[in-house]
Design a binder for this molecule. Structure first.
Ligand SMILES: [Zn+2]
Length: 437
């Protein structure tokens, strides 16, 4: 239980504010704030209270805050939103995405500034509630989900190619039962020539009022990319793996006309880097021709994090190497993906939004970035994470910039009870401060 009264002595100790509670739990001061939704890219202070963004201004008095973090020289952005991950860990068939290839999210998200993820179809309607109970309800990361159109989810080819298990009715019902948590319908990895998986996913998405994300599976002349993007998908549906090159995203060195026409219709293009879905020889020409992604997503899984993708910030740094600005990259990893999954309270720093914040450092030097084929591109800029805040609590702090230096503290000091600190509150049952929501 969190007690406000227990905190008053701390406030008195730090600021000597007799009798007054500071207005803000946390002030992140002097950083370069990038908040694309609100058109901000400038040095600003960000104040947080009760887990929400309370103020963003050129100067906020530190005396009004229980704790102030100096973010000078750093970027302060909305918590990153990664809409393509695989986190249904500890279950499923050997080697499948729902199973051995999934990761528990908290070890791979908060440390790189990611506060919200959407699992891309590991679970279908038959096992979504198991996924929710095992992962969604137990994670510090905000975990949302695209529900696989396959009832059994991503349990391997035997399941994912079973056309008889792609009922849109039960999928739509489950999506409506967990509206807000299920943010879309996924179709993936289909190896046959039929349109059925896409058509049924769109049917379920229409019934539930949510977008469809497509991994277009094995290439087949019977179902060309052009038709998918100009006829089958609706505006707001998401084509992931857009720089893979595996389904003719480039034709004779030019961006597939279906991608251009699809974008005009409102189809969304997402990176979904993964282990085998991002090639320099596709991304470089596409971006030179002006075809930028709408959202940057990792396709996080055991294989991708240990090969070319690595993590969200490494992937974002690849787009810096491709010539995008820091502002361009932050837009595509915060506000754009939040809108794509209809969670407009996320991916921004508007007053009243959940206080999910990433404090990032832009390193300069010599860096190398590899793709799905093991080819390297060199770059000179790389984003790293100094601090991550989720719902107003510091959940990751690389160099302790939010912490008092130990020699300044009373001998019995403990951060237990600090409303802006989560570091003593491990996910399951540790010596916790505030208790988990
Ligand atoms: Zn994936």
């Amino acid at each position: 239980m969190r007690s406000k009264h227990a905190l008053i002595p701390v406030a008195l100790l730090c600021f000597g504010v007799a009798g007054a509670q500071p207005r803000y739990d946390l002030l992140i001061a002097g950083g370069h704030v990038i908040d694309p939704k609100n058109g901000i890219s400038a040095v600003r202070d960000v104040a947080i209270a009760d887990g929400k963004i309370a103020a963003v201004a050129a100067h906020i008095d530190p005396a009004q805050a229980r704790k102030t973090v100096n973010a000078a020289g750093l970027y302060v952005t909305p918590g990153l939103v990664d809409i393509h991950v695989h986190v249904y860990a500890g279950t499923g068939e050997r080697g499948s995405y729902a199973g051995d290839n999934s990761l528990y999210p908290d070890g791979f998200t908060l440390r790189v500034g990611v506060t919200s993820v959407a699992d891309a179809g590991c679970a279908g309607w038959r096992n979504f509630e198991d996924f929710k109970q095992r992962i969604i309800d137990r994670s510090k990361t905000r975990v949302l989900a695209f529900l696989n159109i396959v009832g059994n989810g991503m349990r391997g080819g035997r399941f994912e190619n079973d056309l008889s298990d792609m009922d849109f009715g039960p999928a739509a019902d489950m999506a409506l039962r967990y509206k807000g948590l299920i943010v879309g319908i996924k179709t993936a990895h289909y190896a046959g020539p039929e349109w059925t998986p896409v058509e049924h996913a769109v049917e379920a998405g229409t019934k539930a009022g949510i977008p469809v994300m497509v991994d277009f599976g094995t290439d087949h002349p019977e179902r060309p990319l052009y038709d998918l993007l100009t006829k089958k998908l609706r505006p707001g549906d998401i084509y992931t793996h857009c720089y893979s090159g595996l389904r003719h995203e480039l034709v004779d060195g030019k961006v597939n006309p279906g991608m251009i026409d699809g974008r005009k219709r409102g189809v969304i293009f997402d990176v979904g880097h993964g282990g085998g879905s991002f090639a320099w020889r596709v991304a470089v020409p596409a971006i030179r021709q002006g075809f930028l992604p709408d959202s940057i997503s990792t396709d996080l899984h055991v294989g991708s994090m240990n090969s070319g993708m690595k993590d969200m910030l490494n992937l974002m740094s690849k787009f810096l190497a491709l010539g995008l600005s820091v502002d361009d990259v932050i837009l595509r990893s915060t506000w754009n993906p939040a809108r794509e999954i209809h969670h407009e309270e996320l991916g921004n720093l508007s007053v009243g939004s959940p206080a999910d914040v990433a404090v990032l450092r832009l390193e300069t030097g010599h860096f190398g970035f590899t793709d799905m084929y093991g080819a390297r591109m060199d770059g000179t800029r790389k984003l790293t994470c100094e601090m991550t805040v989720r719902d107003g609590k510091v959940v990751y702090d690389l160099n302790g910039i939010s912490r008092p230096e130990w020699t300044t503290l009373p001998p019995d000091y403990t951060a237990v009870g600090d409303p802006a600190w989560d570091g003593l509150n491990p996910a399951r049952g540790g010596r916790g401060a505030a208790g988990k929501k």
